[in-house]
Design a protein around this ligand. Sequence first.
Ligand SMILES: C[S@@+](CC[C@H](N)C(=O)[O-])C[C@H]1O[C@@H](n2cnc3c(N)ncnc32)[C@H](O)[C@@H]1O
Length: 229
Amino acid sequence: MATPRDYDADPERFRLAARVTERYLSGGRGQHERVAEVLTVAGADLILDIGCGEGALSAALPAPARRRVVGLDASATMLGRHPLPAVRAEATALPFAAGVFDAAVAVNVLHHLDDPVAAIGEAHRVLAPGGVFVTASPSRLDSPELSHLWRPEPSSFDAEDAPRLVAEVFGRVETEWWDAPLIVLPDERAVRDYLIARCVPPEVASAAVSRVRTPITVTKRGAFVYGYR
Ligand SMILES: C[S@@+](CC[C@H](N)C(=O)[O-])C[C@H]1O[C@@H](n2cnc3c(N)ncnc32)[C@H](O)[C@@H]1O
């Protein structure tokens, strides 16, 4: 059920996904901008970004806050492009003392874990009282307009399950859904890249694009879940 990780074997697939979102996002804010806003409003000082990737959250934060982000990731390749401090570790075994962070974030990470609740428990442990845990995950019903070509594989942390799983650890939980026509793919090349970014093999994606009329607007669905310590 956990989504396989390809961040060291094929980092260009992840980078393509980031470029596709940036290029074709239409009329909405990115996830990292929303999380940066939540952290700013919460007044979070020291922030742990679990599964930080190459630093998209850090880049979305205002410059002073950026210096107070600790990036943590299991992939050496991803960490190589994250600003320091950056720590290589597993989300289920955070190498920090209890109660030291004001915020712990895991954006599009927990679906890679067989046991996401173990990682949520670790996030809870390293948060100070009053700290906030922020996570984001896509829905099983993401991108319905492309469902004849591709469906998301069910994962261990789909948006539909995320509030319940976070509530196994945190006493107070809030959920904020997104469900909107956020991506406009202008041509077959863009559709192909969108599918490859979602782990469709390139030859399958190339063959599939002829079954889509472009431009096509794609509905993005998922949820932010907040846990308060
Ligand atoms: C889809 S990327 C998201 C990166 C970043 N959070 C973002 O939103 O741009 C998932 C990241 O989680 C990391 N990751 C996956 N499983 C992990 C684990 N068990 N412990 C730490 N990091 C993990 C991967 O290496 C990858 O960098």
